[in-house]
Design a protein around this ligand. Structure first.
Ligand code: ADP
Ligand code: ZN
Ligand code: ZN
Length: 729
């Protein structure tokens, strides 16, 4: 019989699979990695199907050059999910499949599975060693510690006999001992176990509702105010699933949050292997964790968005913490929303999925309102003494700020300093000032590669572009008019830090932003510093807003929030509300009540009023009504075709051609191509074409037909991609 032909997924920008003759493969090898020749190179690919036939003549097909791994790494189930993603996001199947593999497996040779060895006496060894002569001290010592027949690690044996290696070698040769090799543990250092608190009534109700549907598909929205103990609900659910032998997938928004949450789960389940998956890990490390998830050893898998594709043989529950967070969106390559993929995954797997948030995404809220998701609410803070913080607005029209800080905020900070408590000043802009300007001629420092301003980083004496990484020295004079009186305009974290230090000379001010935490361990070290009470005033960006619990922090000041109110992005208010809720949640988590001061010029704005009343539900209703009236998501479904070229004209021309080639569809609206809000970025110019439809299926059908034509358009010096359910337009 002729050998089978393998259809192989490759990470190439061509939307099809490639056929290779596969002499040694059988139908059971779908999902296996193989090496194949492609062009003049060798590629790692994944076998997606095996058949007797090919559309190409057999003699023209090349052969698979190597078959990797002992068994398929991607299960039929995960391949089905990847098929769905490829269809839904209209991204080539091969590239989609390869995107699901950890980097280390996309090339050869992959680093091997890390193992630990142990040794055990054989039956022969047990009888023979018992008669060793007295003078064979080393051998007898080793025998004494191994005679029960159990397996011992090198560390244990070294303690019994210093020369254990020589002895073992000898025994292995004699057949007295055998060597066992096991996968190395992922979490080798021990932790001290904590005990579960008793759940309050709302938490218990949530746990019971979700536990009741294990084994069935049901999405839940766990809507809990900050500090309401959502994590405790997750922990109890995980407990239940583990007791039934299942695996749990937990997705978290930020790499920064994984160590913290892993710590919480390890303390609760000290004997369970926990795999962590995020892009900040070294490739080889991530591979070890991924393999542990795939072979079922790791019962808890905790990771950022990319973990949504980890194959888990015993998956029984998916949890997404802070489900509204935009970091669940992958913004290049396969552009996907991990939350939506996770819902699909739970559906295919028939297991429940829990979306947790204090400020759910409006899409999610809408689904909960319409009954598609079941809503569970935690309305109280979990710790008895803790109440929600009091939120006050500081009217900047009467409260003139100095170095960004209003008199009211300064007084509130002073009260915390006097009481030995901590304050957090939140500003969502790193650097010293957002731009450098010349007051004589109006020049402002711009990025030569992007249509944006350069940010002043005074400490480093640099102007930097936050979009492309361009940097230059701060000039001494205006390059346009020679005026030497050029100065930073606006406020960033560095300037705020400087101003606060000047105003409160005795206070210890700590800045926390992407610049100050660039080194790998600096952020964990700073967290320790804050917990130990070695900082009085924290100045930080949204890095500080998320998930961190500082018991002595009782004041949050918010600066510069207004700018989001006049953003052209229709999601800006939703995002601002979530961010401010979250950062407010940092105040008063323990015994001391918290206070939040928001500096604004719009004290009557509905967003701030809702925030003052901790009224997510009311504000969500307002925003959803606006979205419905304006025809925005979730009442309409969107896709964006984006093009990038050295010149904007080429990008727009391409989009016009694409538009002209679009199939007719009554249910789908195509807008005119427009330059992107930030037209030039890193020396390429960008344009976009918005497509929308009230009917998701109609939109999908349209895109499926349309993209075939787009692939046939001429695209020299031009890159394009389709973004389905885009986060931003
Ligand atoms: P969230 O994630 O909802 O913001 P957390 O899960 O961080 O809230 O919980 C806030 C605090 O309340 C934590 O210190 C947690 O240990 C504590 N906590 C949660 N549930 C309980 C409970 N049932 N009894 C006592 N303390 C609890
Ligand atoms: Zn000038
Ligand atoms: Zn730039």
């Amino acid at each position: 019989m002729l050998p089978l032909i393998a259809q192989v997924a490759l990470d190439v920008p061509i939307p099809r699979l490639f056929d290779y003759v596969a002499p040694t493969l059988t139908l059971a090898d779908v999902g296996r990695r193989v090496c194949v020749p492609f062009g003049r190179k060798e590629f790692v690919g994944v076998v997606l199907a095996l058949s007797r036939e090919s559309a190409h003549p057999r003699e023209q097909l090349k052969a698979v050059t190597a078959v990797l791994d002992d068994a398929p790494l991607l299960s039929a189930e995960i391949l089905k999910l990847l098929h769905f993603c490829s269809d839904y996001y209209h991204y080539p199947l091969g590239a989609t499949v390869l995107a699901a593999l950890p980097t280390a497996l996309r090339r050869t040779p992959a680093p091997p599975l890390r193992t630990v060895d142990s040794w055990q006496l054989t039956a022969l060894g047990r009888t023979a060693a018992a008669t060793l002569p007295q003078r064979a001290h080393a051998q007898r010592a080793l025998y004494a510690s191994m005679q029960d027949g159990a397996a011992y690690s090198a560390t244990a044996l070294a303690a019994a006999s210093a020369s254990y290696r020589t002895t073992l070698k000898h025994w292995l040769k004699l057949g007295w001992a055998t060597q066992l090799s096991q996968p190395a543990p992922l979490n080798p250092s021990p932790v001290s176990a904590d005990t579960a608190p008793t759940l309050n009534a709302e938490q218990a109700e949530a746990v019971s509702q979700i536990s009741a549907v294990l084994g069935r598909f049901q999405p839940f929205l766990l809507h809990g105010v900050t500090g309401s103990g959502k994590t405790e609900v997750y922990l109890h659910l995980v407990q239940t699933v583990l007791a039934q032998g299942g695996q749990v997938l937990i997705l978290v928004p930020e790499i920064n949050l994984t160590p913290q949450l892993t710590g919480v789960f390890r303390a609760r389940f000290p004997d369970i292997e926990i795999a962590t998956l995020n892009s900040g890990m070294a490739d080889s490390e991530r591979l070890q964790h991924w393999l542990a998830a795939v072979d079922g050893r790791a019962r808890i898998v905790l990771g950022t968005r990319l973990a949504v594709f980890a194959p888990l043989p015993a998956l029984a529950l998916i949890i997404i913490d802070e489900e509204h967070d935009s970091s669940f969106y992958q913004q290049d390559g396969l552009r996907y929303a991990a939350r939506d993929v996770a819902i699909m995954r739970a559906h295919q797997r028939t297991c429940p999925i829990v979306l947790g948030s204090a400020t759910p995404a409006l899409e999610t809220w809408h689904n909960a309102q319409s009954g598609r998701y079941q809503r569970l609410s935690l309305t109280q803070r979990a710790i008895d003494a803790a109440t929600l913080p009091q939120i006050r607005l500081v009217d900047l029209r009467t409260q003139k700020p100095e170095d960004g800080i209003s008199p009211a905020l300064a007084a509130a900070i002073q009260r915390r300093l006097d009481a030995g408590q901590q304050s957090l000043i939140f500003i969502n802009r790193r650097g010293y000032a957002p731009t450098l300007i010349c007051r004589a001629c109006g020049w402002a420092a711009g990025c030569p590669r992007c249509s944006t301003r350069l940010v002043v980083h005074l400490r480093e004496r640099q102007l930097r572009c936050h979009h492309c990484g361009y940097a230059e020295r701060v000039p001494h004079a205006c390059p346009d008019c020679g005026n030497i009186d050029i100065s930073p305009a606006g406020l960033g974290t560095q300037r705020l830090e400087e101003g606060l230090q000047k105003r409160f000379p005795a206070a210890r001010v700590l800045r926390i932003d992407r610049d100050s935490t660039r080194r790998k361990d600096s952020w964990p070290a700073m967290q320790q510093q804050i917990r130990r009470g070695e900082a009085d005033i924290l100045v930080g960006t949204q890095l500080l807003a998320k998930g961190h619990d500082f018991p002595n922090l009782t004041l949050v000041g918010v600066i510069g929030a207004d700018s989001a109110l006049y953003s052209p992005d229709f999601r800006a208010s939703e995002r601002l509300f979530a961010q401010l809720m979250q950062v407010s949640g940092r105040a008063g988590r323990a015994q001391h009540p918290g206070e939040v001061l928001i500096q604004t010029e719009f004290v009557g704005h509905p967003l701030y009023l809702a925030l003052q009343h901790h009224d997510y539900v009311g504000y969500a209703r307002t925003l959803l009504n606006e979205r419905r009236a304006a025809g925005f998501p979730p009442f309409i479904h969107q896709a964006v075709l984006r093009a990038e070229a050295p010149q904007i004209d080429a990008a727009v021309t391409f989009l016009n051609q694409a538009k002209a080639a679009a199939p007719a569809s009554a249910a789908v609206t195509l807008f005119d191509p427009t330059p992107a809000t930030m037209t030039r970025k890193a020396n390429v110019e960008r344009a976009l074409l918005l497509i929308q439809s009230p009917n998701r299926r109609a939109l999908q059908q349209f895109l499926g037909v349309w993209i075939e034509t787009i692939y046939t358009l001429r695209t020299s010096k031009l890159r394009w991609h389709l973004d389905v359910d885009p986060l931003e337009i």
